[in-house]
Ligand binder design. Structure first.
Ligand SMILES: Cc1cc2nc3c(=O)[nH]c(=O)nc-3n(C[C@H](O)[C@H](O)[C@H](O)COP(=O)(O)OP(=O)(O)OC[C@H]3O[C@@H](n4cnc5c(N)ncnc54)[C@H](O)[C@@H]3O)c2cc1C
Length: 451
């Protein structure tokens, strides 16, 4: 386990009182063996300031018509939303301020933004359960749990798949449609387990998370949808601009009609099983793991745990505790098990530098088993109270729960785009209730819910 040294000593970690920017070489040494790729400046600048700049520059005109095209007017805000550098509510409100009630321009964008809110609710409901099938498969599923070498090397021989992998590995971003295509290729054309695909995405995507990632993989697999998602060559060609297909000399596995592909991929099994739906395991809301017994001898000192989904000076926990020491912890065992690309680490370090610059006080960066690392930082600060933004992200929620055995842990509520109670099962149902809250208008009847 990596631990930080005592405050004031020379260690690999960023320490109390040090001025910004964070010493990235020291962090790279601290996290050695827990990330892939060469430590460097990163590929996309992280941080709330950058998120706000992008938001200010973004114009969603044409989003409804163009969003499914790889070169369509998408926002690329997801890495910032994922890390809480900006919130969905802020994005919605700012776009409304800038474009008024221009429904044509905004509604489709808000509906897509709401998928994030929906998936956050799915995670809050299922907790760790989301990392396994949440419904029965709708077809016999071959499940190979491995990362094939050709995919690891981005060398499958299919220009489209290799192009997507190249983007994923070198830029940490994939357009939503490319994610759908790749996930369908992985699950249905290669017979690989969606959980390994989700793992690959988490390691490289700058927005890699549990909520949107695992839910979306399950949506493609058909364990969180009434049927599996798949595409054919025509679809790829249309929405990619044809650049891969023009140079492709491979025997294209996608070059068939949908009925033909359905028969090849799923045989006769899909039709009778489709629509069976239903949630195999409905464990009830998983909660945010923040309840815990009062510590025996509460200490007065307080810290704010800036976790990786709450990297903003507008975070409710940060705002409620001006002046409290700020701590960020890398989850070292999780990183050992699933090493992220360095660009993911660099993106977060940008976020911490930005936070430090704005607040004028440093963020202590520690690494280790999450509860242990945050607990030691709290001890070093003489704190008996740990504040954080409430989250359903399992690693953080579980660590918060364990910390509750020794500290008073205060979870600060984060505003959601919509309040919709009950088990979230299908986006269409959710949207009927959420639309008036998100857009100010009722959901259109008969609208298509395809993503
Ligand atoms: C297999 C698969 C895995 C995915 N993994 C992740 C992930 O790990 N993290 C993640 O944030 N998103 C994930 N998504 C959802 C979606 O692809 C990305 O949020 C989106 O592509 C981000 O790009 P953008 O910001 O340019 O989106 P825009 O089109 O500009 O949309 C604006 C915002 O709306 C939200 N949004 C849009 N489409 C979706 C969607 N289909 N699902 C959920 N939210 C959406 C995002 O927050 C996005 O930033 C995944 C989708 C698939 C199919």
């Amino acid at each position: 386990m990596i631990t930080r040294g005592r405050p004031g000593r020379a260690t690999g970690a960023y320490e109390w009182g040090m001025s910004r920017p964070i010493d990235r070489d020291a962090i790279a040494r601290l996290l050695e063996g827990r990330f892939t790729g060469a430590p460097g400046p990163g590929i996309v600048r992280g941080g709330r300031s950058e998120a706000l700049r992008l938001l200010e520059a973004y114009d969603p005109s044409g989003y409804g018509r163009g969003r499914n095209h790889l070169r369509g007017p998408v926002s690329r805000l997801s890495p910032y939303l994922r890390h809480g550098m900006v919130s969905p509510v802020e994005v919605r409100d700012r776009l409304r301020e800038r474009f008024g009630a221009d429904a044509a321009r905004l509604d489709e964008f808000f509906r897509q933004l709401a998928w994030r809110d929906f998936f956050a609710k799915v995670l809050a409901w299922h907790g760790r359960g989301l990392e396994d099938d949440i419904e029965e498969p709708k077809h016999p599923v071959p499940r190979e749990r491995r990362l094939p070498l050709d995919i690891a090397e981005g060398n499958t021989g299919l220009p489209c798949v290799d192009g997507m992998l190249g983007e994923l590995y070198s830029r940490g971003y994939l357009h939503n449609h490319a994610r759908l295509w790749f996930a369908a290729y992985w699950c249905h054309f290669r017979g690989l387990d969606w959980r390994e695909g989700a793992r690959l995405f988490r390691r490289f995507l700058l927005d890699g998370d549990t909520a949107s990632n695992s839910s979306s993989w399950q949506w493609v697999e058909g364990t969180f949808a009434s049927k599996p998602y798949f595409m054919n060559r025509e679809n790829i060609e249309n929405f990619s601009g044809g650049e891969w297909c023009r140079v492709c000399r491979a025997a294209c596995p996608f070059d068939k009609s949908y009925p033909e592909l359905q028969r090849i991929l799923f045989g006769a099994s899909l039709a009778p099983l489709a629509g069976r739906g239903g949630s195999a395991a409905a464990p009830g809301p998983a909660g945010d793991g923040l309840a815990g017994p009062e510590p025996a001898m509460p200490r007065a000192g307080e810290i704010v745990w800036v976790h990786d989904g709450a990297m903003s000076w507008e975070s409710p926990a940060v705002r409620a505790n001006p002046g409290a020491p700020l701590v960020f912890a890398f989850d070292a065992p999780a990183m050992r098990a699933e090493p992220p690309a360095w660009h993911r680490v660099a993106f977060m370090l940008d976020g911490l530098d930005d936070l430090t610059a704005r607040l004028g006080r440093p963020v202590e960066v520690v690494a280790g088993e999450l509860a242990g690392a945050v607990g030691r930082a709290a001890d070093a600060a003489g704190a008996g109270v740990i504040h954080l933004d409430a989250t359903a992200e399992p690693a953080v929620a579980e660590a918060a729960s364990r910390l509750g055995e020794r500290f008073r842990v205060v979870g600060h509520a984060v505003a959601a785009l919509a309040v919709v109670e009950g088990e979230p099962r299908r986006f269409s149902r959710y949207w009927e209730k959420a639309a008036p809250q998100v857009t100010g208008r009722r959901a259109e009847r008969g609208a298509r819910w395809h993503r």
